[in-house]
Design a protein around this ligand. Structure first.
Ligand code: DP6
Length: 361
C-alpha cells in the first residue's frame, strides 16, 4: 500500500536555475459527496466525481533559483494582476506540502492563474485551482528527478492537490475519479484520487452538466466550516456508511448504464449533503428558493417526458443539471424555456464530462 512517506521527494539530481510551466486543471462534480474529514485532509468517506471539461483553471508557474533561507517566496497574479487576498491560501498550501517537496524553498515563484468561468460565478475554483498548481509543482519535481514514472507523477499530483483542497485530488486525471478507501474499489486510497477502474457505460459517454448559476454571492458558510461540523454531527456515522453503500451501488450503475438508478443515487446524495448542513449545530441552509424551484421543475419535466435528466448540488445554491448526450437538445430547450429564469442574470454554463489536467507549457 502506498503511504504518505512514499511522497517525500528523493533522488533530486538536477538543479535548474529557472523555468516556466503551465497546466490547466478542470473542476469536478461529485456524484457521491465528500462531506466530513479527519486530520491532514483525510476524507471521512469515499467519494466519486465526474471531471468537467470547460470549467477550468489555467495556471502558469515561473520559477527562479534563490537561496534557501527556510521561507517560501512567491508572487501571486490573478488574470495577470497581483492578488494579495489569494496569498494566505497558497502560503498554507505550500506549508502543508513542504515536507513532501523540500525543494520548493530553493525557488522564488510567480504564480499566474485564471479561470475559464466567471470569477464571481459561485463555482468553487479551489478544486481546479489547487489541482493546476499541484500539476505545475510536479512538473518542477520531474525536472529535478527525471527518472520519475508517469504513474508517480499523477499520483503525487493528486496527493498534493488534496492537501490544498480535498476535492482537488479528483481534478487531476480521468473522467470519473474515486477518492477514499472503499472495500470494493481496488487501489482506492484516502491519499489521492484514482481513475474509476471499470469501463464506463455508453450512456455516460460525453454526459452533460449544465450549471445553473442561482446565486453568485459569497457563501455564508465555507466548505471548511461545513466539513468541521460533521464532527459530533448526530447523523455522521449513518451518513458515512451511506456514502460507502452509494459508492458500491453507483459503481455497478456506471458499468451497466442504469439511468434510473443513477438518478436516484445522485439526487439522494445531493439532498443528503444539504440535509447534513441543515442538521448540524449550528445549522445552515445554502439552497435558495430558486434552487428548490429548479429541482421541482426538473422532477415535473422528468415525470412528464421520461427523459433521464437529474440534478446535483455542491456546497452552494447553484444547480448542476445532468443528462445523457442523446437527449441534449430536448434538455437544453427545457433549460432555456423553464430554468434559466431562476438563474441570477440568466447565467448558466454548458459543460460535459472531461478527462483531467492538461500540460500547456
Ligand atoms: C460539497 O474540497 O471544497 O463539493 O477539503 O475543505 O477544501 P476542503 O473542501 P472541498 O469540499 C467539497 C465538498 C463538496 C462535495 C464534493 O466535492 O465531494
Amino acid at each position: 500500500m502506498v503511504s504518505e512517506k512514499d511522497f517525500i521527494a528523493s533522488n533530486l539530481a538536477a538543479t535548474p536555475e529557472n523555468g516556466n510551466f503551465q497546466w490547466s486543471a478542470p473542476s469536478n462534480i461529485a456524484l457521491v459527496k465528500y462531506w466530513g474529514k479527519k486530520a491532514h485532509q483525510i476524507p471521512a468517506n469515499p467519494s466519486i466525481s465526474f471531471t468537467l471539461n470547460s470549467c477550468k483553471t489555467i495556471t502558469n508557474l515561473a520559477f527562479a533559483k534563490k537561496e534557501n533561507d527556510g521561507n517560501f517566496s512567491f508572487d501571486l497574479l490573478f488574470e495577470g494582476q497581483p492578488k494579495e487576498d489569494f496569498k494566505p491560501k497558497i502560503q498554507k498550501f505550500l506549508e502543508r506540502i513542504a515536507i513532501y517537496c523540500p525543494y520548493l524553498k530553493n525557488y522564488h515563484f510567480t504564480i499566474d492563474t485564471q479561470n475559464t468561468f466567471p470569477h464571481s460565478s459561485g463555482i468553487a475554483s479551489s478544486a481546479s485551482g489547487m489541482a493546476a498548481l499541484a500539476m505545475n509543482i510536479m512538473s518542477l519535481e520531474k525536472t529535478l528527478n527525471p527518472e520519475m514514472t508517469t504513474e508517480y507523477f499523477y499520483q503525487k499530483a493528486s496527493f498534493l492537490a488534496r492537501l490544498g483542497s480535498g476535492s482537488a485530488c479528483r481534478s487531476v486525471k480521468g473522467s470519473v475519479v474515486v477518492w477514499g478507501n472503499h472495500a470494493e474499489m481496488e487501489n482506492s486510497s484516502d491519499l489521492f484520487g484514482v481513475e474509476f477502474p471499470a469501463k464506463l457505460h455508453d450512456n455516460f459517454m460525453n454526459f452533460q452538466d449544465t450549471i445553473l448559476l442561482v446565486d453568485k454571492g459569497e457563501k455564508q458558510v465555507s466548505s471548511t466550516v461545513g466539513h468541521d461540523l460533521m464532527h459530533n454531527h448526530p447523523f455522521a456515522e449513518q451518513r458515512f456508511a451511506q456514502a460507502h453503500h452509494n459508492l458500491s451501488a453507483i459503481q455497478s450503475v456506471l458499468e451497466n448504464g442504469d439511468l434510473e438508478a443513477f438518478i436516484q443515487i445522485v439526487e439522494s446524495e445531493a439532498l443528503t449533503l444539504h440535509a447534513m448542513m441543515m442538521t448540524s449545530l449550528p445549522y445552515f441552509i445554502l439552497m435558495k428558493p430558486n434552487t428548490l424551484e429548479i429541482i421541482n421543475k426538473i422532477w415535473k419535466f422528468r415525470n412528464e417526458t421520461k427523459i433521464p435528466i437529474c440534478f446535483t448540488l455542491d456546497a452552494g445554491a447553484n444547480v448542476h443539471v445532468l443528462y445523457p448526450e442523446n437527449v441534449r437538445e430536448a434538455c437544453l430547450q427545457f433549460i432555456k424555456d423553464e430554468l434559466v429564469g431562476y438563474c441570477q442574470n440568466g447565467q448558466y454554463i454548458c459543460d460535459a464530462i472531461g478527462t483531467g489536467a492538461i500540460n500547456i507549457l
